[in-house]
Design a protein around this ligand. Structure first.
Ligand SMILES: Nc1nc2c(ncn2[C@@H]2O[C@H](COP(=O)(O)OP(=O)(O)OP(=O)(O)O)[C@@H](O)[C@H]2O)c(=O)[nH]1
Length: 495
């Protein structure tokens, strides 16, 4: 049962949508540190943050098979290995693999640049040898075979503030903060560095990253983050094993089947008995602290992530937006097509202006929006020639199982003009992104063309539903107002 939305679920089930219980997966407790004893305790978050003011986040991790969190014990993270990964996205990153006391997942950090390093990786462990430290990926393993004496100067300290272990470097902005003038061993987190590093918190997505699914934009976001950080050779991508916004792969796939019946991603999660977003970020915050990063420039459109980090004591000094590649390209692609220039394939596919070259990425045909507001079946379009854009009204048969989107919410107007394009097809990924913006408070402008397509899609689906409802009262088609039964999340607090 979703703790924060029982009334919504009641509404949904009253309207004929069965509440589907989440699949449960028995997990064995984390074998955290079973193989070794700590010489010093790892960095910890010893208190659960109070998020009582966060309407969007009163989730429980109990629903999540991928987060077998054990909140009765303090959260500790430990970097077990670090290695160099040259990537085709550019540059070299250092992949850090973490274990923790809360779940049995191996969460990852991709670190660009030399100014960030893991305290728990570097610290000496019982029985540490040069070989062990080399295998672990400790930098410059000219380390003594025995742990250094306690008096040896350290560039980093861990101390406990308000129930949290905080990890600090000895200097900030070139000035020593602890009165220790010993600069013989300058900390790698160069405190002459003007800005906190870019950080991306990414949740894994098997379908997007491995299968290159077009239902979401996860892969492109990961790649984009890696490209940006490689370019400036600085930054951290945290790669968290919380598939499907924390509900696990199995239920994410079940959610997809609900989406194909006409629900949006948020309603699908609720119908499966999950919160809209079941993720948590305490482990991410602890990993950042272990890396010595307590101020970040966060690459995200998701205000939830900012709130979570802040409440865990990681200061988000700036939000850097992630514009979906397919949306970012709108202007140039439209211009390219209009001018008859070579437009990127993806552009042509996205805009359905090319000849029938683009296979449908949806199990069902999606509506094509014409400039005059009419819709038609995609197969009827002669995309290579905008002059041939069809104007026949939509037949209801293909819309009957598409969802009825909520009316578009006003967003800052796109600089693009709809006059430059005559038709836009709403694809699976667009619907996913629009849902994130309209239903889940993500901070992103929807291109005007897509907004119009969403609106028309909504109208067409509503018409189709009422037609099918009058002809077949026992229809299993989800009610068109099911999405509107779920209130919109609070307005994004744009920065
Ligand atoms: N439940 C559910 N999860 C999905 C669906 N599509 C993608 N996901 C998951 O959503 C997550 C996307 O997370 P992120 O990459 O952190 O992006 P985000 O939370 O949208 O926020 P940004 O930081 O703005 O990108 C991944 O774990 C995907 O597996 C879906 O339809 N349903």
């Amino acid at each position: 049962m979703v703790p924060h939305a029982p009334h919504l679920l009641a509404q949904l089930t009253e309207q004929g949508s069965p509440l589907i219980l989440p699949s449960t997966t028995a997990r064995t407790p984390s074998p955290f540190f079973a193989d070794q004893q700590l010489q010093t305790p790892p960095l910890s978050l010893q208190q659960q943050p109070d998020r009582s003011n966060n309407n969007n986040n009163n989730h429980t991790t109990l629903h999540s098979p991928s987060l077998n969190t054990r909140t009765d014990i303090p959260l500790s993270v430990r970097c077990q290995v670090r290695t160099r990964i040259p990537s085709e996205f550019g540059g070299i990153c250092y992949l850090h693999l973490y274990t923790n006391t809360w779940d049995d997942e191996e969460h990852l950090a991709l670190v660009y640049g030399d100014d960030v390093q893991s305290a728990s990786l570097e610290e000496f462990r019982p029985g540490d040898t040069d070989r062990e430290r080399m295998l672990r990926g400790v930098k410059g393993v000219a380390a003594p075979a025995t742990p250094p004496p306690p008096a040896q100067p350290s560039t980093k300290t861990v101390h406990h503030v308000n129930g949290h272990h905080h990890h600090h470097h000895s200097q900030q902005n070139g000035h020593a903060t602890d009165g220790d003038d010993d600069d013989e061993d300058p900390t790698p987190l160069s405190l002459s560095t003007p800005q906190p590093p870019l950080v991306r918190i990414h949740s894994c997505c098997f379908t997007g990253e491995t299968l290159r699914s077009l239902r979401c934009d996860c892969a492109e976001q990961l790649e984009e983050a890696m490209r940006i950080m490689a370019k400036v050779n600085r930054g951290v991508v945290l790669y968290l094993k919380q598939e499907g916004r924390g509900i696990g792969l199995r239920d994410k796939l079940r959610a997809y089947n609900l989406i194909d019946l006409g629900h949006d991603t948020m309603a699908a999660n609720l119908l499966l008995g999950h919160p809209p977003d079941a993720r948590s970020y305490e482990i991410a915050s602890a990993m950042l602290r272990d890396l010595g990063v307590d101020r970040v420039r966060l690459l995200t459109n998701n205000p939830d992530k900012m709130r979570h980090l802040q409440s865990d004591g990681v200061q988000v000094v700036e939000r850097v937006p992630m514009i979906p590649a397919s949306w970012r390209k709108f202007a140039t692609e439209i211009a390219g097509v209009a001018d008859g220039n070579d437009a990127p394939v993806a552009a042509i596919d996205h805009l359905s202006l090319s000849a029938s070259s683009s296979p449908s990425t949806s199990p069902l045909p999606l509506p094509i929006l014409s400039a005059n507001g009419t819709t038609t079946k995609p197969s009827a379009v002669r995309p290579s020639s905008p002059a041939n854009q069809p104007s026949t009204p939509a037949a209801p048969s293909w819309t009957s199982s598409r969802r009825a989107a909520t009316p578009p919410r006003a967003h800052s107007p796109s600089p693009l003009s709809t006059s430059s394009i005559t038709a836009v097809r709403l694809q699976d990924r667009d619907e996913y992104l629009v849902t994130k913006v309209q239903r889940m408070g993500h901070i992103l402008d929807i291109p005007a063309q897509l907004l119009e397509a969403v609106h028309n899609n909504s109208l067409a689906a509503a018409a189709a539903h009422s037609a099918s409802a009058s002809s077949s009262p026992a229809s299993t088609t989800p009610p068109t107002d099911i999405v509107s039964a779920i209130p919109s999340p609070s307005e994004p607090n744009s920065k």
